[in-house]
Design a protein around this ligand. Sequence first.
Ligand code: R2B
Length: 298
Amino acid sequence: MAWPCQPVQLPNTHLDHLESDYLFHLDIPLNDPEVVLKFHNVKFVCIGGTADRMEKLAVHLGQETNFRPAGDSRFDYSFTNERYSGFKVGPVFCVSHGIGMPSLSVMLHELFKLLQKANCCDVTLIRIGTCGGIGISPGTVVISTCALTSGFEPYYVTSSLGKKLKLATVVDQHLANSLQHCRKDGDAFQAILGKTYCAEDFYQGQGRLDGAFCDYSKADQDTFLRELYDLGVRNMEMESAAVLAMTHKVGIRAAVVCAVIVDRLQAELPTTSKEDLQTYQSNAILLVGRHIKQRLSP
Ligand code: R2B
């Protein structure tokens, strides 16, 4: 028996009354049916910080899933502008989001509008990123079980009409578990489930001592990192809370899969070579690629 299709349906009735719409930051015309139609078959949206990584990811996932765009082009659709870039191959759409939640949230609003307009069904969104580990060695892939923000609460805190808006961060646990199960015995890396601390800043926000200013001592840093560890936090990055709250709000299943590039209990910044950093990122990509392949196979 086929499962009923779960269409993307956004909880914003104002959208019904817009005569035409244009995705200002993605630079995609929603009033062009030919462009919109190209996105109808999207089942997986993979997002990550940089354009370059997303382009390589789209090429890799296209090969993994045996989708080839028509003609000479490497993608069914792609765009690159001064803010974001996106690359679509078959049912996979990879989009960059920059650093941090404000940049990410603008991209997600526009992406969700595109998915609704294109009548996409059963969409899964996965953020593939890098992170600091908390007592976790570089190369390990951490799949988030929840995202905590300042105050150590599982909320994405933003604002609406000048007032604080708290949105719960909710992970699809089934998706998180199946991503972890994509690790194979022969893999040279571990894949673990753990809580993620989502910071608003890379330096003081993540308890670093090496920013342009720093208002605390090394002992305060140790206490902060230890507190995170004791709460079950295993990694730290800057986007997970907005990803997990915004996707939950619009009913899209989502996960956050990050490769550890430095253990923050040992160092502030990565101490390994550029090649090692590439390998660490590839570990996360490998897991997600296997999951997508499994899910797309008949
Ligand atoms: C991980 O790496 C970036 C900061 O260097 C940020 O986007 C994150 O979450």
